[in-house]
Write a protein that binds this ligand. Structure first.
Ligand code: F6P
Length: 558
C-alpha cells in the first residue's frame, strides 16, 4: 500500500504549517468580519480579482467576505496541506483511498490521450477504451433498434435501476441534457419503496422496455430487490425466455451479474478505482449515452477532461477548483457557516443539488483524518438546494432575513435552449443576478422607512413596519456562469465540483473516497427485516424502536 500521507511531506512539519495557516486566516477574519461585503467593492477591480474564467465558464467569488490577504492565505493553506502533491498522486494512480487501499481514477475515464496510465503496474487505458467502445455499440444498437426486445420490437423505454452513485449521476445528467435526447425515453428507479418501481413500470410496455441494473457491488439490497421485481415483470408478461433480451447490467462485479442471469455481452464493467459517486463517467453513464448518443456523451467526457487539465496545470491562484474550494474552506472553517445552498437558475439542473449532496457529503462527511485521529475542525458542510426561481418563493426568506448565514452558489447560463422563449430566459437571468445583489446589498432601516413613506404610509405605521423590511445584506454568494447547458459544460461543472471536494478533503486531511458512515444503517436494516416480518426484535434494540415497530406491526395487521 502506498502511504501518500508521508510521501507528500513530513507529517509533523505539515501539521504545523497547516495550523499556522489556519491561525493566520482566523486573524484575517477577525480583522475584517465587521466590514460589510458591499464595502469591499470600494477597492478597485474587486470583480476581476475575485473571479476566474476558463473559456466561457466564469466563477465569480467577489460577493464573499474574502479579502486579497485571506485568499492568499487560503492558497498558502492548500500548499501547506500538500494539495498539489496529493492531486498529482491521484492523477498518477496512487492509492490515495487509504481505507480501501484503492487508487482514485475517475479522471482516467475522461482522459482520451494516448498516454498510458499505470494502476498497480498495469495500463488501464486499453480497458477503458474497450469498455467505452462496447458501451457505444450497445447504446447505438438500442437507439437504432438493432438491439431489440424478445419479440423484435425496438425499445421505446429504458429503466435504470440503481441507487446512490448508480442513480444520481445518470438521473441528474439525463435531465440536464434533455434537449439532446433523441433516443428512447429514460426512467429511473432507486428507492426500495415498492411505490417507486410500481409507478415507473405502470405506464410501460414490457415488450418495448429495456432494464439496466446498475450497481458497483451488485449486492445493494435496494437495487437487487428492484431488479428481481423488474425481472418478474418482464417474465410474467413475456415468459422466462424473454428476460435475457430485456436486461443489461453495469457493475464492477461481473461474476455476480452473470449469476443474476444477465448475458456477459450485455454486462459492462468498471473498476474499483471508480468511486460510486464519481461513476457517471463510467459504464454507469450508459442511460445517458442511450439518451443522447455516444458522440454527445464524448462531449460530456471532454468537458470533465478540460477541467482535469486545468486543475492539474494551472497554479492555484488561477485554478477554478481551487477558488471554489477556497470559498468553501473560508465559509466552513473560518466564518463557521455549517451549510451551503446550491441554486441552479437552470430548471434542468433540478437534480444537481441532490447529486452534489452525495458527491460532497458522502465524500467529506468525515470525523477522522487519514491517520485515524479526530479532525481538528469541522469538515463537510450540509449541501442543499433547489432550482431558482422556485426557491425564491420557498426558502429564500430565511436566506435573506433568517438568523443563520447561508452562502449561496448560483448557476446560470447566458442562453436557454428555447430561443422563442428568450424573454423568459432574460427574466431568469435578472432574477439570479437580483438575488445575489440583494444578498450582498441588503436594505437598511432608513431605506426601508423611506420606501414606506414614499408609498404614502403614515410615519407611525412606517416606523412599525420598517424593521420587518430590513435586510442585513452582506450575505455571501458565488456565481457560476456559462453559455449554455450542453454536454461539455455539464461535464465541466461536475468535474469542477469533484475537484473542489478533493481539495477541501486534502486540506482537512480526510479520506474523501470511502463511505463507512453508510454501513451501520445497512447492517441494522438487515437485522431488522425479521423483526418487521416476524416480530423477532434483535437484542439491544432500543425501547423507542421496539415501540414503533410494534405500533407498525399492529397497524399492518389491520
Ligand atoms: O450509499 C452507499 C453506497 O455505497 C454509495 O456509495 C453507492 O453509490 C451506493 O451505495 C450504491 O452502491 P452500488 O453501486 O454498489 O449499488
Amino acid at each position: 500500500m502506498t502511504d501518500v500521507t508521508t510521501e507528500i511531506a513530513d507529517p509533523q512539519a505539515r501539521a504545523e504549517a497547516v495550523s499556522a495557516a489556519w491561525e493566520r486566516l482566523a486573524a484575517l477574519r477577525a480583522a475584517t468580519s465587521d466590514t460589510p461585503i458591499a464595502r469591499l467593492f470600494d477597492a478597485p477591480n474587486r470583480f476581476e480579482h475575485f473571479s476566474l474564467s476558463l473559456g466561457d465558464l466564469l466563477l465569480d467569488a467577489s460577493k464573499t467576505s474574502l479579502t486579497e490577504e485571506a485568499l492568499a492565505g487560503l492558497y498558502a493553506l492548500m500548499r501547506a496541506a500538500g494539495v498539489e502533491a496529493r492531486r498529482d498522486a491521484m492523477f498518477a494512480g496512487a492509492h490515495i483511498n487509504i481505507t480501501e487501499d484503492r487508487a482514485v481514477l475517475h479522471t482516467a475515464l475522461r482522459d482520451t490521450t494516448a498516454a498510458p496510465l499505470l494502476v498497480d503496474g498495469q495500463d488501464v487505458k486499453p480497458e477503458i477504451r474497450e469498455t467505452l467502445g462496447r458501451l457505444a455499440a450497445f447504446a447505438e444498437g438500442v437507439r437504432k433498434g438493432t438491439i431489440a426486445g424478445a419479440r423484435g420490437q425496438a425499445f421505446t423505454d429504458v429503466v435504470n435501476i440503481g441507487i446512490g452513485g448508480s442513480d444520481l449521476g445518470p438521473v441528474m445528467a439525463t435531465l440536464a441534457l434533455a434537449p439532446y435526447h433523441d433516443g428512447p425515453r429514460l426512467h429511473f428507479v432507486s428507492n426500495v419503496d415498492g411505490a417507486h418501481i410500481h409507478d415507473v413500470l405502470k405506464p410501460l410496455n414490457p415488450a418495448t422496455t429495456l432494464i439496466i441494473i446498475a450497481s458497483k457491488t451488485f449486492t445493494t439490497i435496494e437495487t437487487m430487490t428492484n431488479a428481481r421485481t423488474a425481472r418478474a415483470w418482464i417474465a410474467d408478461a413475456q415468459g422466462e425466455a424473454a428476460v435475457g433480451a430485456h436486461f443489461a447490467a453495469v457493475s464492477t462485479a461481473l461474476d455476480k451479474v452473470a449469476a443474476f442471469g444477465i448475458d456477459t455481452a450485455r454486462a459492462f464493467g468498471f473498476w474499483d478505482w471508480v468511486g460510486g459517486r464519481y461513476s457517471v463517467w463510467s459504464a454507469v453513464g450508459l442511460p445517458l449515452m442511450v439518451a443522447i448518443g455516444p458522440a454527445l456523451f464524448a462531449d460530456f467526457l471532454a468537458g470533465g477532461a478540460a477541467i482535469d487539465e486545468h486543475f492539474r496545470n494551472a497554479p492555484l491562484e488561477e485554478n477554478l477548483p481551487a477558488l471554489l474550494a477556497a470559498v468553501g474552506l473560508w465559509h466552513r472553517n473560518v466564518c463557521g457557516y455549517p451549510t451551503r445552498a446550491v441554486i441552479p437558475y437552470d430548471q434542468r439542473l433540478a437534480r444537481l443539488p441532490a447529486y452534489l449532496q452525495q458527491l460532497d457529503m458522502e465524500s467529506n462527511g468525515k470525523s477522522v483524518t487519514l491517520d485515524g485521529t479526530p479532525v481538528a475542525r469541522p469538515t463537510g458542510p450540509v449541501v442543499w438546494g433547489e432550482p431558482g426561481t422556485n426557491s425564491q418563493h420557498a426558502f429564500f426568506q430565511l436566506i435573506h432575513q433568517g438568523t443563520d448565514i447561508i452562502p449561496v452558489e448560483f448557476l446560470i447560463a447566458a442562453q436557454g435552449h428555447e430561443p422563442k422563449l428568450r424573454h423568459q430566459h432574460d427574466l431568469l437571468i435578472a432574477n439570479c443576478l437580483a438575488q445575489s445583489e440583494a444578498l450582498l446589498r441588503g436594505r437598511s432601516l432608513e431605506a426601508a422607512t423611506a420606501q414606506l413613506r414614499a408609498k404614502g404610509m403614515g410615519e407611525a405605521e412606517a416606523q412599525r413596519i420598517a424593521p420587518h423590511r430590513v435586510f442585513s445584506g452582506s450575505r455571501p454568494s458565488l456565481t457560476l456562469a456559462y453559455t449554455l447547458l450542453d454536454p461539455f459544460t455539464l461535464g465541466r461543472l461536475i468535474a469542477l465540483y469533484e475537484h473542489r471536494v478533493f481539495i477541501e478533503a486534502a486540506v482537512w486531511g480526510i479520506d474523501a473516497f470511502d463511505q463507512w458512515g453508510v454501513e451501520l444503517g445497512k447492517e441494522l436494516a438487515t437485522d431488522f427485516l425479521p423483526a418487521v416480518t416476524e416480530g423477532a426484535v434483535p437484542p439491544g434494540t432500543s425501547g423507542s424502536t421496539r415501540g414503533t415497530l410494534s405500533h407498525l406491526r399492529n397497524l399492518a395487521a389491520d
